[in-house]
Design a protein around this ligand. Structure first.
Ligand code: NAD
Length: 291
């Protein structure tokens, strides 16, 4: 299957990273969002991030210019419909994602492959609401996309082999590595990672440790490159809570219940780095723990 044009829906931290790596790999990218500022910020961030690669000698100035010229933005969702491949990377809420796919349907080409970058939501259920469940799958990039090597490929119950093979070939063209996961809540990476982050929040909530001592313990005691609370802020606390809710609802096991303190941070709008406050306050020169 020949894929040359890619539509990316949602220009947040994942959408901009996805647009960045596809454009550098030679694909024509159309990036859409409901928020005009998100599109403007995404282009500025992609430019800055590719420039950093140029400075490090990993990308030439010509390749950067060519990649930037391959990225278009639009506020009109329908304009991404005719792409060969669509990657939905909007907010981690099932109703939002379903509405996007429903609105896209009339504008798709017959061969268009639909994918979602969801961290946890059922691929089979999202696919069942479209006209092409066999051409629908999970395409889960890691954050930050230009840096992280892995892409999880998630097969819904109806996903056909041709679609899986086409996405596997795309992952190879991006120079990344694919891991295959079955469609169960939160797949592989977040099934394992998110309960650890949630447990770190419980450890804070119960007063076992402070933000600083919890993060230092895992960095120095388990050799993790980032502490779990720092990582939660990096991912986004709303996304972490949404994933825990999917695990809790989907696997019906109390061991997945989201920590009330995580819920409280989300209620406060303290979502981590993207809102400048979470378990740390990022408004000054160095991050300061908020508890
Ligand atoms: P984000 O909050 O940074 O960005 C979400 C973007 O979606 C926002 O710009 C928002 O305006 C846009 N959006 C909301 N509704 C929309 C709609 N109807 N149409 C178009 N755009 C819309 O979130 P993110 O961290 O980029 O996460 C996006 C997706 O990627 C989620 O499904 C999340 O689970 C997944 N994901 C996140 C991470 C992570 O570490 N943050 C990692 C892997 C996958």
């Amino acid at each position: 299957m020949d894929i040359s044009s890619v539509g990316v829906v949602g220009a947040g931290q994942m959408g901009n990273g996805i647009a960045h790596v596809f454009a550098l790999a030679g694909y024509h990218v159309i990036l859409t969002d409901v928020n005009e500022a998100a599109l403007t910020n995404a282009i500025a961030l992609i430019d800055r991030n590719i420039e950093r690669q140029v400075t490090r000698g990993k990308v030439s100035a010509e390749d950067k210019a060519a990649a930037m010229s391959r990225i278009k933005t639009t506020l009109v969702l329908a304009e991404v419909g005719p792409c060969d491949l669509i990657i939905e990377a909007a907010t981690e809420r099932e109703t939002v994602k379903q509405a996007i796919f429903e609105d896209l349907l009339p504008h798709l080409k017959p061969h268009t492959i639909l994918t979602s970058n969801t961290s946890s939501i059922s691929i089979t259920r999202l696919a069942s609401r479209t006209d092409r469940p066999e051409k629908f799958m999970g395409f889960h990039f890691m954050n930050p996309v230009p840096v992280m090597q892995l892409v999880e490929l998630i097969r819904g119950i109806a996903t056909d082999q041709e679609t899986w093979d086409a996405m596997h070939a795309v992952v190879r063209k991006l120079g990344k590595t694919a891991a295959s996961a079955e469609d169960f809540p939160a797949f592989i990476v977040n099934r394992i990672l998110m309960p650890m982050i949630n447990e770190a929040v419980y450890t804070l909530y119960e007063g076992v440790g402070s933000v600083k001592s919890i993060d230092e313990s895992l960095k120095l005691g388990a050799n993790h490159p980032m502490g779990p609370l720092e990582l939660a802020d990096f991912i986004g606390l709303d996304t972490c809570l949404a994933i825990m809710n999917v695990l809790h609802d989907g696997l019906a096991d109390t061991k997945y219940r989201p920590c009330p303190l995580l819920t409280k941070y989300v209620e406060a709008g303290w979502l981590g780095r993207k809102t400048q406050r979470g378990f740390y306050d990022y408004r000054g020169e160095t991050p300061v723990p908020t508890r």
